[in-house]
Design a protein. Structure first.
Length: 102
């Protein structure tokens, strides 16, 4: 693949770089993840985003939520379980869906 760089110059993109089908699949997956996440209660959404998007430690999340780390870890476990269920439902209801095991 060739791509335009500054001023109309073209440069070769490494064959291992994301190609359009890969990018499309990535965007579709992101859409499914966002849809599944939106099905969760707001506190589960907040926890999962803090942990996996913002890469916050359980200790920091506990401070922000004014609760113990044990409570955060327990709630994260429940949030992950709910997310897996919601994602499986979202994927199975998508057009052209196949059986999914998460």
């Amino acid at each position: 693949w060739w791509t335009s760089l500054d001023g109309g110059k073209f440069d070769w993109i490494d064959a291992k770089a994301d190609m359009p089908p890969d990018i499309l699949e990535s965007q579709e997956l992101a859409m499914l993840v966002r849809s599944a996440l939106s099905e969760l209660p707001p506190d589960y959404q907040t926890l999962l985003l803090a942990k996996y998007v913002d890469n916050q430690l359980s200790e920091k999340i506990a401070e922000q939520m004014d609760c113990s780390e044990t409570a955060v870890r327990s709630k994260l476990a429940r949030a992950r379980k709910a997310f897996r269920k919601a994602l499986k439902k979202t994927i199975s209801s998508a057009p052209g869906a196949q059986e999914v095991s998460l």
